[in-house]
Design a protein around this ligand. Structure first.
Ligand SMILES: NC(=O)c1ccc[n+]([C@@H]2O[C@H](COP(=O)([O-])OP(=O)(O)OC[C@H]3O[C@@H](n4cnc5c(N)ncnc54)[C@H](O)[C@@H]3O)[C@@H](O)[C@H]2O)c1
Length: 353
């Protein structure tokens, strides 16, 4: 077992990479950002100066050669993730990688195989799981207090303007690997499977209506979960009021998330018991609930614990695979116009992306 120590980090990609630095800086006893990498020198310098990180490079390979860097955070555009994750694992690094982890089930299976042979492990980023609301719901469900799941409605109503797509990769299939289903609603859909379990079948429709881009920016889907529960997904990038909403109806309790678009895991969540007995059981279960740090702070705190103890990572490649399998099924269903069953096997036409 490794002993608790300060792990050193290189951030690759200085867009959302900034939020990773901020999350690490909340934990100075756990992480130190040692190096920054971006092919855009102006951005590299701006972020380096902002956080007083002196070591900067435009070369990803140079990062991999830095023996004093323990963890490489990959925060580059999606189409680069697979190669960079594999290279970082081969270089003996621990890896943190932004969503979407990779662009196909075939690629994630290569990453899973590489991780099994590597010294380091891969932490996929799903930071929305970390927050008081979602963690309270998770505890109630895992303790079996929610009962049979009936129905979930999941809404991602965000807004993206042409300015967002001025960063060109975001509008292209080849670089972004997908639109609202893969890039934005992936968080809320991960929360659905995190809380309600795996998906059995999907029927989806997608459209590009908001911006003039290649990728879809509106989607709806009707799901059957493995438990038999039903779920509906709605996602758009054309909402003039932004919100994220999860509404989960179980036999003994209904959960309603906050509407905060970019922190749906945080309180206030409404936890509505179906009876006074259920209310008492839930109150007892939450009596010892401490504050759950939110988003990157929560994710990175739990990550450090896993690095220190060698215990399971707070988000695993299996979680990222489940997310990617759902997205794959949604795209396939939208393309062929019929329901698609999971799992997606190696012989499926969309296994390779
Ligand atoms: N977890 C979240 O909530 C969240 C939010 C936003 C973006 N993301 C994800 O983070 C990733 C990056 O998105 P973004 O919005 O920050 O994009 P961005 O384009 O703003 O930033 C990416 C950066 O990577 C740099 N880059 C490109 N190729 C590189 C290379 N080979 N080596 C080093 N740097 C390179 C670019 O110059 C750019 O500065 C995407 O996968 C995106 O989906 C996640």
């Amino acid at each position: 077992m490794a002993k608790a120590r300060v792990w050193t980090i290189a951030i690759v990609g200085c867009g959302i990479g900034r939020a990773h630095i901020e999350g690490c800086n909340v934990h100075p006893d756990k992480f130190r950002v040692l190096a920054l990498c971006d092919i855009d020198e102006r951005r590299l310098d701006a972020v380096g100066n902002e956080f007083a990180i002196a070591r900067r490079t435009t070369s990803f390979d140079e990062i991999l050669r830095m023996d004093d860097v323990d963890i490489v955070h990959i925060c580059t555009p999606p189409a680069l993730h697979a190669a960079q994750v594999l290279a970082a694992l081969a270089a003996g690094k621990e890896v943190v990688c932004e969503k979407p982890l990779v662009g196909s089930l075939a690629e994630i299976d290569r990453v899973i195989a590489a991780e099994q042979q590597a010294r380091g492990r891969v932490l996929p980023v799903f930071q929305y799981r970390f927050g008081n609301g979602v963690q309270k719901a998770k505890r109630i469900i895992d303790l079996g207090l929610a009962g049979k799941p009936y129905l979930a409605t999941i809404e991602t109503a965000w807004r993206r303007t042409p300015q967002y797509y001025a960063t060109e990769w975001r509008q292209q299939w080849d670089a972004a690997l997908g639109g609202v289903l893969l890039s934005q609603a992936i968080h809320a859909h991960d929360l659905l499977t995190y809380l309600v379990g795996p998906v059995s079948s999907v029927f989806a429709r997608t459209a590009t209506r908001v911006n003039s881009v290649e990728v879809e920016d509106c989607a709806v889907a009707s799901l059957v979960m493995q438990s038999g529960a039903l779920a509906s997904l709605a996602a758009t990038l054309g909402s003039h009021k932004e919100l994220s909403r999860l509404r989960l109806c179980f036999k003994d309790v209904t959960f309603e998330s906050s509407l905060a678009p970019y922190s749906p895991g945080d309180d206030p969540w409404e936890i509505i018991p179906g009876s006074s007995e259920a209310a008492q059981r839930i109150a007892d279960a939450l009596a010892s609930f401490g504050a759950a740090p939110s988003q990157f702070v929560g994710l990175l705190g739990a990550y450090h614990e896993a690095l220190t103890t060698g215990g399971p990572l707070p988000v695993t490649l299996a979680d990222a695979r489940q997310s990617l399998e759902l997205v794959t099924a949604l795209y396939h269903s939208a393309a062929i116009g019929t329901a698609v069953s999971l799992p997606i096997g190696m012989d499926h036409p969309k296994y390779n992306g």
